[in-house]
Design a protein around this ligand. Sequence first.
Ligand code: FE
Length: 395
Amino acid sequence: MKPFWNLHDIFKRISVVNLHHNLNKITMKNIFNYLAILSLFAFNACGQSTKQTALTPKSSPMENTISKPGNPYYSNTDTKKLNVTDAEWKKVLSPDLYAVSRNADTERAFTGKLWDSEAKGTYYCAACGNKLFKSDQKFASSCGWPSFFEQENKNSVVYKEDNSYGMKRIEALCGRCDGHLGHLFDDGPKPTGKRYCMNSIALDFVPDNATIQNGTKDNLETITLGGGCYWCTEAVYEKLDGVQSVVSGFAGGKNENPTYEEVCTGRTGHAEVVKITYDKTKTNLDEIFQVFFTVHDPTTLNRQGADVGTQYRSVIFYKDEEQKQAAQSIISQLNTEKVYDNPIVTTLEPLTKFYVAEDYHQNYYENNKNQQYCQMVIQPKIEKFEKIFKARLKK
Ligand code: FE
């Protein structure tokens, strides 16, 4: 991939930065008063000197995982037992899946997508991503629910006695998240004689050599970045070719499941971040970083424009050594080239947990385009991004 950014151009064009939180806090009545103040701050992120440079993107080794944006607990590789509150599950699961997984509802027979599927592949817990069954452990059952005679490994599925509805049954639960999957009966085929009778909706099926959404699972990678307000960064990354999804959320703080209001106090230690899932055959970490260092000012400590506080810090949350080194490398290069007058203060922090922000923060720009602050603050940033990364926009 050819280098396509030019910092000289980029920083000439950066002028308006993360101000919409402040705009959001004011009433429409005061908007014009505020806009007068806005102009005092709007240009303070572009006071850096600029220097033309070209960075050569390098490929980044990636792991093989399925990402489920919006559900931070979902992982096909992490087998550690989850302890998530019911309220949190309610936030991250669809209502139908929540009803089955957390409230032990049963889908109607013959209505699920997977009950008669014979496709080759792997079945995962739809709530947490835990590997449950392989397709060669499935058998054709006439019961109307996907049925298996054996679980993938001894920790895949756990059991509980279920005496509901006047019946004595064995409830089958996900071994990682304890989510309800279905029931276990003794009328299955050889060699086990068991029948794992599962709700289709509680399962994610990944065909062998699958294409998941827009990329194969082998090609998907995630990175979590904080560049001030997440409404802007989300809106920008959504437009970059190769980006499959962007989720606004929080990372790097002390308490679990923080709310936006809590993070806004600056006392939780969390930063506003975006979790970007991208197809590494279409973009790469270097390009992601190039956009990152284009759309925010990495030299102002705990501040982006008028947004002040540690929640607006410039931060790269790395999830492995490769990401950390790639981040160190680009920061070192930008500092060496003296692209900015001041040194970069972007912090590198290990990603421990990502919390999805409240629904109304997701796709904020797309959902609020007519609001004045979206038009006046976010839209200009998008336009600049689109100009600079013209050849790299989604078609
Ligand atoms: Fe699970």
